[in-house]
Design a protein around this ligand. Structure first.
Ligand code: MOS
Length: 732
């Protein structure tokens, strides 16, 4: 039997999803379920002076209205963090208003319509203070963030030494990236139900165990009294990686009315209390020799965070590792504004940071009169520039070669406006992609059932990325079973503990645990067989027994999982395993790398940009499923096209409110915006990263995309637009 890992196995949950049988967090029809609607602030800074609920309370179906007049009791102050990645949540403990669309009251009623109607009848008065929402205007207040806010990284870092030779060329430019919101198809949603002192929440989250811990702490419960279930998620992109106010409010509401409560954020409420990618202003100064060798790289980041909490977009982290240079100096500064707290959004730091660095590299190539790809090859980092360590594996040169050849890069005339097709200006641009390899401790349990099938479970989450499918494949190969004989389940804190599905770490973390648990189960079954006098394998050496297609095989003799279970009269044979990172990061630097090549067609009269062709290659370790992996790259590149050309959350400077608040105003790419995308995974066998050789593919796809497009737009038009998104008003 062939191995299934790597094969384009169809999603094992695909049928459930397309038939509507897959249950999302707002789809649990619990007995007595009622509905909560959040009321959010209409000022950006100040306080709630009066909440008039008189009329609302009389409205039909209303069960309770929660306001800051009677702050819900919690065991812990939700403004205090237990872990640096926890979020300060506004759940009516204070009258203070820190940003627009902050939750300020909650209405619970028997139907969604009645809750929505009653919410409209609640009258809230505010005392308004001046709101500060303009990053550049406030830049004199910029501060240096502490490492806790930067995932342990230093805000400022100088690597190497000042160059002793004089530079032949320099670029010194500033790039701007705007606020962006995640907008998964499924908005945030929580269904909460109490049973005495036990709380169950169905929550659209990327991390069931993080939600459990946070809720347990806030309600003063032992963690085992809180169960978090997330079977299906309609996209996350990072915004579902934290426990936000609505999850806590759903649990408060359910406790208040002693009924199960469902709380779903409306689309415009996605533009407030659940995070976003912050605006950045990034100055990049590159100095190089005539032959392109980098002498001095500087990357200075200015970004926004909130007044009451802290998240810093670590844009310059990518510059610390991407190219070799005699000196690399990076810094981050942040300004506290009256906005919600920003958060992780697909490749936080790398997506916006690589935009600036990779556009600057293109500008340097033009300054030097060098090919942009040749400039990158000239500065290829053979060792990690930040730590000096060798890479666990790195296929970047092969990615450049494969993608450039498929794209036809050698035929590019570098002169701007030189390539045309009829009226259309054609532009070709490229950029490097990269993302770090992460892994955290995870557990899994595998059980052999009486019919010889295996059930594997692990807490974990499937954001729509294919976790169910790839873990089925990993377990099947380890056990010598066809995937049809393995069922995999996840998304429940009653299963073995796993980390948050963020930082592209789920396949590496949970996948390693699944493999170890499956191997442990296989070995248990083999040990039983060779000790079983009724087994054809009795007395044979365990280490000589192979597993294939449900059979245990050694020296021409065979037993099977099913026969073994029957003879042993077992209901279940179980094995559990934990897999955690070891000391591998002490010896190796671990990153995925890739190359992005874009073709754009620009209308010379209208300034309209169309991405007409895409070729990319990635070295991302072992690919568990070529179909779901390709889909991750499509998704990343499509999101990058959105970042380049349209995504922009606009803050109204008077009200401090994001005025792009639905998918009519906040544009994301649709089918006509997306060309054929040609993806190659360069084979990469990395024995160092983890037991399954996986590097993670959730985020690398978006990195370098907006830069490749901006560089292509320059090539097409001769216009260097340094402010995203590249809308036609900036190009004309
Ligand atoms: Mo990802 S932005 O780490 O969910």
């Amino acid at each position: 039997m062939d191995n299934t890992v790597g094969k384009p196995l169809d999603r094992v949950d695909g049928r459930l999803k397309v038939t509507g049988a897959a249950k999302y967090s707002a789809e649990y029809p619990l007995e007595g379920l009622v509905h909560a609607v959040i009321i959010t602030s209409t000022i950006a800074h100040g306080s709630v002076t009066r909440v008039d609920t008189q009329e609302a309370r009389k409205a039909p179906g209303v069960l309770a209205i929660l306001t800051p007049d009677h702050p819900p009791k919690l065991a812990r102050d939700p403004s205090k963090k237990q872990k640096p990645q926890d979020r300060f949540v506004h759940v009516m403990q204070t009258r203070k208003v820190d940003y627009q669309r902050q939750p300020v009251a909650l209405v619970i009623a028997d139907t969604l319509e009645r809750a929505t109607h009653a919410a409209a009848l609640v009258k809230i008065q505010y005392r308004e203070s001046k709101a500060k929402v303009n990053l550049l205007a406030e830049r004199s207040r910029a501060y240096t963030p502490k490492p806790e806010a930067m995932n342990g990284r230093q805000a400022d870092l100088v690597q190497g030494k000042a160059p002793t030779v004089k530079a032949a060329a320099q670029v010194d430019t500033t790039y701007t990236t705007p606020y962006e919101h995640h907008n998964p198809m499924e908005p945030h949603a929580t269904t909460a139900v109490w049973d005495g002192e036990k709380l169950t929440v169905y929550d659209a989250t990327q991390g069931v165990f993080n939600v459990r811990e946070r809720l347990a702490a806030l309600f003063g419960l032992p963690p085992e009294n809180v169960r978090v279930i997330t079977k299906f998620i309609g996209g996350g992109f990072g915004c579902k990686g934290s426990t936000w106010a609505h999850t806590v409010l759903a649990a408060i509401a359910a406790r208040t009315v002693s009924r199960p409560v469902k709380l779903v954020l409306r689309r415009e409420q996605m533009f407030g209390p659940v995070g976003f990618r912050p605006e950045t202003h990034q100055r990049v100064r590159l100095q190089a020799q005539k032959d392109g060798k980098l002498l001095d790289v500087r990357h200075e980041v200015l970004t926004a965070t909130s007044t009451f909490d802290e998240f810093i977009e670590p844009c310059a982290a990518v510059t610390r590792i991407l190219y070799a240079s005699e000196q690399i100096s990076t810094s981050h500064r942040a300004v506290r504004l009256n906005l919600g707290t920003p958060t992780f959004m697909r490749a936080p730091g790398e997506a916006s940071g690589s935009h600036a660095l990779e556009c600057a590299m293109d500008e340097l190539a033009y300054t030097l009169g060098m090919d942009p790809l040749a400039l990158r090859l000239r500065n290829h980092a053979d060792l990690d520039p930040e730590t000096g360590k060798p890479w666990s594996s790195k296929s970047l040169k092969e990615c450049y070669r494969v993608a450039a050849e498929k794209f036809g890069w050698a035929r590019r005339d570098p002169v701007p406006r030189s390539m045309k097709d009829g009226r259309a200006l054609i532009g070709w641009g490229m950029a490097t992609a990269t993302y770090p390899v992460h892994r955290s401790k995870a557990g899994a349990r595998a059980s052999l059932l009486p019919d010889g099938r295996v059930r594997v479970v692990s807490g974990s989450q499937d954001l729509g990325t294919g976790s169910y499918t790839v873990f089925t494949q990993v377990a099947a190969d380890a056990l010598g079973l066809p995937p049809s004989q393995v069922s995999f389940d996840l998304g429940d804190t009653q299963m073995p503990q796993t980390p948050v599905s963020g930082g592209s770490q789920t396949a590496a973390s949970t996948g390693s645990a699944v493999k170890l648990a499956a191997l442990a189960l296989r070995d248990k079954a083999i040990a039983l067989a060779v000790a079983d006098t009724a087994s054809p394998l009795v007395g044979l050496k365990a280490e000589d027994v192979r597993v294939d297609n449900g059979q245990l095989v050694s020296g021409g003799k065979k037993d099977s999982y099913a026969a073994l279970m029957k003879r042993q009269k077992l209901d279940s044979l179980d094995a559990e395993a934990d897999a955690g990172p070891g000391k591998e990061k002490e010896r190796y630097a671990m990153h995925s790398f890739g190359a992005q090549f874009a073709e754009v067609r620009v209308d010379p009269d209208l300034g309209e940009v169309r991405v007409s062709r895409w070729v990319a290659a990635f070295g991302a370790g072992n690919i568990l499923n070529s179909k779901t992996a390709r889909s991750q790259m499509y998704g990343g590149i499509v999101m990058g096209i959105g970042m380049a050309l349209m995504e922009h959350s606009v803050v109204d400077p008077r009200s401090g409110r994001f005025i792009t608040q639905d998918l009519a105003d906040y544009h994301v790419p649709v089918n006509p915006d997306v060309p054929d995308i040609d993806i190659t995974f360069v084979p990469e066998n990395d024995p160092h990263v983890n037991p399954i050789g996986v590097k993670g593919i959730g985020e690398i796809g978006i990195t370098g995309v907006s830069a490749a497009i901006a560089n292509a737009v320059f090539h097409a038009t001769g216009r260097r637009v340094r402010e995203l998104p590249l809308t036609l008003d900036k190009i004309l």
